[in-house]
Design a protein around this ligand. Structure first.
Ligand code: B12
Length: 463
């Protein structure tokens, strides 16, 4: 007889999912963002899904041929994942249960610190508990099949489903990360450490990942605000370099200062609000097929002509309601996941593409140009500085503040309390395992002085 689990999994695979796993209610014990009740009251199980990122598009992104194909892949595949999740949820509903598709991204909860970006439901935690993979050094979930270069999704349901086997908690850390560590070298700001671990208690087991230095480092690099590598030998696709951080890395413990730099640098860019809006709209909303999925070609059918790619990006962004973005290439970073392939050989290949292909910097008309030496890159940056007027900066800062405060500022006391309890449990479990002080640290709720620092410390240093 066909089991419910098999039936649902077959549906997901036929709908297009590459990896599918189930985590039953007994497994879903951990930080608040693994609680499926937050998105569906009475939920008992989660289906975790994964789709691979397009590998040739990753090569083009890393070796600085073009960031267009990967930008297109992200837009298409976030939508594809959302659609598969929605179809799967509808199917489970048709069987007489309740089910909800969790959007792939940007469903942040409200918090006193609106930049905490805690998701309504964590796809990573679900993927680990459903046996799709385990945490790697970068904190990304590493699958055996595709490494970390995957899009994750989840469907929560009140159907009682039998869990799939999980991998040993340290599977990726012990078998891959310990001897690889290349993801750490691809981060322009050392978001995580390669020599120290932190642990998360999930379903009674401690799961290790690289200790996080400061999540705002990730926000700075991921939003294209600091794009030159620590050794100054290459850059990613971001347009901006923080002069103070080129020769020496910031102190991760000076959180207020780092936050101030993030806010200042974000507003100096002049287009942070519409850029984030594009990312948010493709991550959170499911659009009609012809807006993105059917409109944007897959890699094999995509023109190599950059003008064509540019036009496609502008048009799909218009389709989702974001107009007038001069630079429609919104994704500039993510190397920690992109380099991580199914094995070390592939990861090293991708890492070499990234590190041997020099810099991309804005040139004439703002188009990104690939140059080979640091001197050339600095020369270009001096010759073609960003042309952002004071009014544009002020408007962007105002708009950005409004979006973040309106959408993500707030206080959810029950969830904060659950987190407090979870942190105590995690701490205790670490202490019992001889890992005292090695727990994943609780997020700092609010940075009360960051506004003051933002107003008082301009980034004056010249490169
Ligand atoms: C916020 C977010 C970001 C932020 C912050 C990144 C980060 N490291 O957290 C930014 C924009 C910088 C970002 C960057 C990237 N992201 Co991202 N992002 C997310 C998102 C929405 C949530 C991530 C998350 O779990 N954050 C925070 C918490 C929950 O996790 P935590 O810190 O481990 O939890 C601790 C505390 O916060 C606390 N806690 C947990 N839950 C809760 C809840 C409450 C209420 C409280 C008070 C506390 C609390 O307990 C823990 C222990 O202390 C997910 C989508 C999703 N819905 O899951 C995608 C996601 C994680 N991102 C993804 C990817 C691919 C990326 C990038 C590679 C960029 C890219 N090209 O897409 C980089 C990778 C950076 C990295 N090394 O992590 C993928 C991951 C794929 C994978 N293989 O793991 C996801 C799953 C999107 C997707 N659908 O595929 N991301």
């Amino acid at each position: 007889m066909l089991s419910l689990e098999k039936d649902i999994k077959d549906f997901a695979v036929n709908a297009g999912a590459s990896l599918v796993g189930i985590a039953g209610r007994e497994r879903l014990i951990g930080p608040p963002s693994i609680d499926p009740n937050y998105v569906l009251r009475g939920a008992k199980s989660v289906m975790a899904l994964a789709l691979p990122m397009n590998v040739p598009a990753i090569y083009d992104f890393l070796d600085k041929t073009s960031s267009g194909p990967h930008n297109i892949d992200q837009a298409r595949m976030n939508q594809r994942m959302h659609r598969i999740s929605k179809e799967l949820a509808d199917y489970i509903v048709s069987l007489g249960y309740k089910a909800v598709a969790v959007p792939p991204n940007n469903t942040y909860r409200r918090a006193l610190d609106p930049f905490s970006t805690r998701p309504s439901f964590s796809h990573r935690f679900a993927a680990v508990l459903a046996g799709l993979g385990t945490f790697g050094l970068s904190g990304n979930v590493i699958t055996k099949e595709y490494g970390a270069a995957v899009y994750l999704g989840s469907v929560v349901t009140n159907a009682v489903l039998k869990s799939d086997p999980v991998l040993p908690a340290r599977y990726a850390m012990d078998n891959r990360c310990r001897t690889c560590k290349l993801c750490d070298k691809t981060c322009t700001l050392s978001m995580f450490r390669d020599d120290e671990e932190e642990h998360l208690l999930l379903n009674g087991e401690l799961h290790a990942r690289g200790k996080r230095n400061n999540l705002d480092f990730c926000n700075l690099s991921c939003f294209g605000l600091h794009s030159i590598s620590k050794d100054k030998k290459w850059s990613n696709w971001g347009r901006h370099w923080i002069n103070d951080y080129i020769d020496s890395q910031p102190d991760p413990d000076k959180r207020q200062e780092v936050r101030a730099v993030l806010m200042r640098q974000g507003s100096m860019a002049g287009d942070s609000t519409p850029r984030f809006e594009v990312i948010r709209r493709i991550g959170k909303n499911l659009w009609p097929r012809h807006y993105i999925e059917d409109y944007l070609p897959d890699y094999d059918n995509l023109s190599k002509n950059e003008d064509e790619i540019f036009k496609l990006l502008v048009k799909y962004e218009e389709n989702v309601g974001v107009v007038g973005l001069k630079d429609p290439y919104v994704l500039t970073c993510g190397q920690c996941a992109l380099v991580c392939g199914p094995d070390f050989e592939e990861t090293k290949k991708r890492y070499d593409l990234l590190t041997s292909s020099g810099y991309v910097v804005p040139g004439l008309n703002g188009n990104m140009v690939n140059v080979k030496t640091l001197d050339e890159a600095l020369e270009m940056k001096a010759k073609y500085p960003p042309r952002v007027t004071r009014q544009q900066k002020m408007k962007d800062a105002r708009d950005s503040g409004a979006v973040w405060m309106k959408s993500y500022f707030g206080f959810e006391p029950i969830e904060e309390f659950k987190n407090w309890l979870y942190q105590l449990k995690n701490k205790k479990a670490c202490a019992q395992a001889g890992l005292a002080g090695k727990e994943a640290s609780a997020p700092i709720l609010v940075y009360p002085r960051y506004l003051k620092a933002f107003l008082s410390k301009p980034n004056k240093k010249k490169p």
